[in-house]
Design a protein. Structure first.
Length: 507
């Protein structure tokens, strides 16, 4: 039996890590899960004095102010706590799960673990999957793609003195030579995987200068699960853009069976105090035949409110009816831009404006509340593209809501087509901050004000020159305060603090 620690960086949802933990436990190994730091959403006045070592994301929140998704530095007490915990657990190997934004924290943690704990480290997750040539300089081992089987083989080979240089999905730097193994085939039958690990056993959160045991249910307040892996599309700003090419010729979109999915939800409902299900499937509304079986049974056997992502193409009237009939549902639909040119030439999206409008109408007619995702601050856009997005928002059935209370700014991740497109012209295309200062506020205001009023604001040269003054038209809500309270309290404290927070959260 090996002792393995899995570290999740700035992510307490960590579905991938939960699958790995379950596979390792099933194979008889001892697993400690550590959520290192929370990803905080802060207003400017709350930003810490010290800089972050990883990328800070910006966004514009629904009350029109800039918010920062901030990866706060790992403090000295947290660093010491991490090392002490790993020593106390006497770990044989440490896995770090990371997305591309957290590469510097991963490098720092890797050094601490190697130098101060003396354990080998393996990186896994989206970042090493798409950027292994760079990442192998910072870690001796990394895993590309699905880790469920690869991690078990790797841990067993490493701890028994076996060969770690020829395991599919694993890259290994041994005696100065990098062994780059091929991808193993995708797991086609997801039901062969054990249920992802949501138990609070042997799980810790390191944040707020301390090491906190996870108590109650080890997750956010909603229960989060994805019934599928993969997406049929290849939008140029999204991970699937790169992944499709890795797995050509294989069935890329796979889904758990209805029985498996319901069983895990039933357990969650029985064992934990779950009040809502959050489906993280990239597109929950694909596979109409699956939905036809799953959703009526979901209503009957689970019966909880639920949330999911839909894509305009999979949002016809019959799908909307199925979604609505299953109970209290909220959906988020990717729209991204209202400009046909941007959708086609830049994003590679197969969801033109008319399809988006039809999907939104179908959702509304079915009585489903919908939110949309828009990507903004894309330096490759022109003013006419911003106008097209604004016009689309104004034409959508009301109420229209922008997801997560913030507008997402375009991010450029390694090796995505969108990044390559941008890199080629970057020097001649600085972001027009002023233009976006104006349009971003109008996009957000389109949620609350009438189309006529927004068009008037749009025509005003005063607001174009003083976009921050548009602030006055936002409703005086404080969504960020709510998010802050929910997200930044260590889970060990959350229950105790709940009573105190309730009035604030409901206000
Ligand atoms: C759900 C989701 C979220 C949720 C939950 C996160 C979670 N990890 O579950 C929330 C809302 C919290 C979230 C937040 C963010 N997300 Co997100 N998210 C996703 C989404 C849609 C699904 C992730 C998922 O559950 N996959 C299913 C599991 C089973 O797969 P997996 O995580 O890849 O894990 C497998 C392997 O990677 C591997 N593996 C993973 N970890 C490890 C570790 C070891 C040691 C090993 C050996 C293997 C291994 O094995 C796992 C099982 O097979 C993906 C898109 C996607 N389809 O991947 C985007 C995605 C991961 N998110 C992304 C981004 C940008 C973000 C944010 C930065 C957004 C923001 N601006 O705030 C934050 C950052 C969060 C963080 N700390 O990393 C990007 C990352 C891009 C990149 N190149 O880094 C993605 C890929 C979408 C995209 N645009 O391409 N996200
Ligand atoms: S539809 Fe969504 S999940 Fe699928 S490739 Fe496009 S952005 Fe990614």
């Amino acid at each position: 039996m090996a002792k393995v620690a899995l570290i999740s960086l700035y992510d307490t949802v960590a579905l991938g890590l939960r699958y790995l933990s379950a596979s390792l436990k099933e194979a008889g190994h001892e697993v400690t899960v550590i959520y290192l730091k929370q990803y905080e959403v802060l207003m400017r006045e709350d930003l810490p004095d010290e800089g972050a070592i990883d990328e800070v994301n910006y966004g514009l929140c629904s009350r029109g102010e800039i918010v920062y998704c901030y990866p706060r530095l790992v403090s000295e007490p947290e660093h010491k706590g991490l090392v002490a915990l790993l020593k106390e657990k006497n770990v044989d190997v440490v896995g770090i799960s990371l997305t591309s934004k957290f590469i510097n924290t991963a490098r720092q943690v890797t050094e601490w673990v190697k130098d101060e704990v003396g354990a080998p480290v393996i990186w896994g997750g989206i970042e090493p999957t798409i950027n292994p040539e760079e990442d192998i300089n910072y870690t001796d081992y990394l895993c590309r793609g699905e880790g469920d089987h690869a991690i078990v083989e790797f841990v067993e080979a490493l701890t028994s003195g076996g060969d770690v240089t020829s395991i599919p999905n694993i890259w290994a730097r041994v005696d100065g030579t990098v062994h780059k193994n091929e991808f193993r085939p995708l797991i086609q039958d997801l039901d062969t995987l054990p249920f992802p690990d949501f138990t609070p056993d042997n799980k810790y959160e390191i944040s707020n200068d301390g090491v906190w045991p996870r108590v109650d249910r080890d997750c956010w307040d909603d229960f989060l699960f994805s019934s599928s892996r993969g997406c049929p599309y290849k939008c140029t700003f999204c991970i699937h853009n790169v992944m499709h090419d890795f797995f050509k010729g294989q069935r890329y979109v796979r889904r758990h069976s209805v029985d498996y999915t319901l069983e895990i939800l039933k357990r969650a409902k029985e064992e934990y105090k779950v009040t809502k299900i959050h489906f993280w499937d990239d597109i929950f509304s694909i596979h109409k035949e699956w939905l036809k079986v799953f959703l009526p049974r979901y209503k009957e056997e689970i019966g909880l409110p639920y949330w999911c992502y839909v894509y305009p193409q999979q949002c016809d009237k019959s799908i909307c009816k199925l979604l609505a009939d299953a109970g209290d549902v909220e959906v988020r639909m990717g729209v991204q831009s209202g400009s046909e040119k941007v959708l086609e030439d830049q994003y590679g999206r197969r969801a033109p404006r008319e399809m988006v409008l039809e999907a939104a109408n179908n959702l509304t007619e079915a009585g489903i509340e919908y939110q949309i995702d828009i990507i903004t601050n894309n330096p490759l856009e022109e003013e006419e593209d911003c106008i097209a997005t604004l016009e689309l928002l104004l034409d959508m059935p009301r109420p229209v809501r922008i997801g997560s209370d913030t507008l997402s700014y375009m991010s450029f991740f390694p090796n995505y087509d969108m990044t390559n497109m941008y890199e080629a012209v970057k020097d001649s295309r600085p972001l027009n901050e002023k233009r976006y200062g104006f349009y971003n506020r109008l996009f957000l205001l389109a949620q609350y004000r009438s189309p006529e009023f927004i068009r008037k604001l749009h025509r005003s040269s005063y607001f174009r020159n003083h976009p921050e003054k548009l602030q006055y038209f936002f409703p005086g809500q404080a969504p960020m305060a709510v998010q802050l309270l929910q997200r930044t309290i260590p889970q060990g404290f959350r229950d105790k603090a709940k009573d105190a927070l309730t009035p604030v959260l409901s206000g």
